[in-house]
Design a protein around this ligand. Structure first.
Ligand code: SF4
Length: 416
């Protein structure tokens, strides 16, 4: 992952392509790192290490006391195995591929000053002997499913790859893969070189607008990582419009109940297709579904506003009219665990520790994958994941609820 980010970064391209002024509007807000970002950086370093090791390069494994966990080992294995499978497939296709790990790519011919770092660029041949550029990107997130289909981040990396190597190699086909192991997601999009280059040409005017800080603010799921979100007027307008009748006309808009028979005593039936729904005072699920995407975005905006205002007050001492900073509840803790143990033992207490079984991954690490499967494989099962309601655009297969066991479900946001 790059340490320095371009103004028109590939990772934020969905945002600036939909809302060009967002790039300059964010400049006044610091790009603060989070523990997730730090973990992501470390995981990328492990991915790089594993692929370089496979390529017989001299590399030293990155160290991190905080992030070097079994789970990181597993998800980076998924990435490395995928990349290796592409390289080996190209060898089977009759060529020795060129593999570029953590390759800096320049797409400034499309977006002013645009550059980035592609996790992996591989150049070789496809199954039909055509010149192929394959771009891979590793994602550690598990909140939102990231699809490779027409993914602008991947397409910009690919355009950067073509700019660097397209003159040297006869590339006809471009494949772009996102590897997101925490959601069991490996998504690949393929297009012709011409299609990619046409797309690049088509976004040039918008990229220029973004670079110059011009264009219209346009809220959408791309606001998720916009640092200007808490103070964005367009977001506030959209959120506040939800409370006004012009957005959700309670008589004629999304919550149109004019076709329903008025009977406040009728039993509530959420499914509006059934004849028994007759209560005009309650909202049917079909109409709630219409506002779900906007509600997700608004709830995320509300959280961002609270986080921003709280941070201004708590971390920078900014007075917030009508509010004050107080201490929250806290739990008791031991200040010196060694002294606690010594004192307890001296006073005759012995049952001080709990013993728990090491995790499945720890067993696997201890025994090695082969021995683990041989000895314990018969006792391993993968239970179905917790059910979640996601937008239809999510590429996962829907669950057959007639055969799925009853479960609680949670709602995931429609955002990248
Ligand atoms: S938060 Fe505002 S400025 Fe940022 S992307 Fe959304 S609409 Fe644009």
């Amino acid at each position: 992952m790059p340490d320095v980010h371009a103004l028109l970064s590939a990772s934020s391209s969905k945002q600036w392509l939909h809302c060009p002024p967002s790039v300059r509007l964010q400049e006044n807000f610091p790009n603060e790192s989070s523990v997730y970002a730090e973990e992501g950086t470390f995981a990328h370093e492990i991915c790089e290490y594993k692929v370089r090791k496979y390529l017989h390069e001299r590399v030293k494994r990155p160290q991190s006391e905080e992030f070097d966990t079994e789970e990181i080992e597993q998800i980076t294995d998924v990435y490395a195995e995928f990349v290796i499978s592409i390289i080996e497939q190209m060898r089977e296709n009759g060529c020795e591929p060129l593999a570029f790990v953590e390759e800096r790519v320049d797409y400034s011919h499309i977006a002013p000053s645009g550059f980035g770092t592609a996790d992996m660029l591989i150049i070789g041949k496809d199954e039909n002997g055509r010149g192929l550029l394959h771009v891979c990107d590793f994602k550690t997130g598990k909140g939102v499913f990231v699809d490779a289909d027409h993914n602008s981040q991947m397409m910009l990396y690919a355009l950067g790859g073509l700019a660097a190597y397209g003159f040297l190699y006869d590339i006809e086909i471009v494949r772009m893969s996102i590897i997101q192991p925490r959601l069991d997601n490996i998504s690949t999009f393929e297009c012709s070189r011409q299609e990619l280059e046409d797309w690049g040409e088509s976004i040039k005017p918008t990229a220029l607008l973004a670079f110059e800080g011009k264009g219209e603010q346009h809220p959408g799921d791309w606001c998720r990582f916009c640092r200007a979100k808490p103070v964005c007027k367009a977001c506030a307008d959209e959120a506040l419009a939800l409370c006004r009748e012009d957005f959700l006309d309670l008589d004629a808009g999304a919550f149109d109940d004019t076709t329903e028979e008025s009977d406040m005593t009728a039993p509530y039936e959420a499914d509006t297709n059934t004849a028994v729904f007759k209560q005009p005072g309650l909202i049917p699920i079909s109409e709630l579904a219409e506002i779900l995407p906007t509600l997700n975005r608004i709830s995320s905006w509300i959280e961002a506003v609270f986080a921003f205002v709280s941070s201004e007050a708590i971390n920078h001492g900014v007075p917030i009219p009508g509010y004050k900073v107080v201490e929250g509840r806290s739990k008791r803790i031991f200040t010196d665990t060694k002294a606690v143990v010594d004192t307890a033992v001296q006073n005759g207490y012995t049952d001080l520790y709990k013993q728990t079984l090491i995790t499945l991954t720890e067993f696997e690490k201890m025994m090695g994958k082969k021995k683990f499967n041989e000895l314990l494989g018969a006792y391993v099962a993968k239970p179905p994941g917790k059910l979640a309601l996601v937008p239809e655009s999510d590429p996962r297969e829907p669950v057959d609820l007639t055969s799925a066991p009853d479960q609680e479900f949670s709602v995931l946001p429609d955002e990248e």
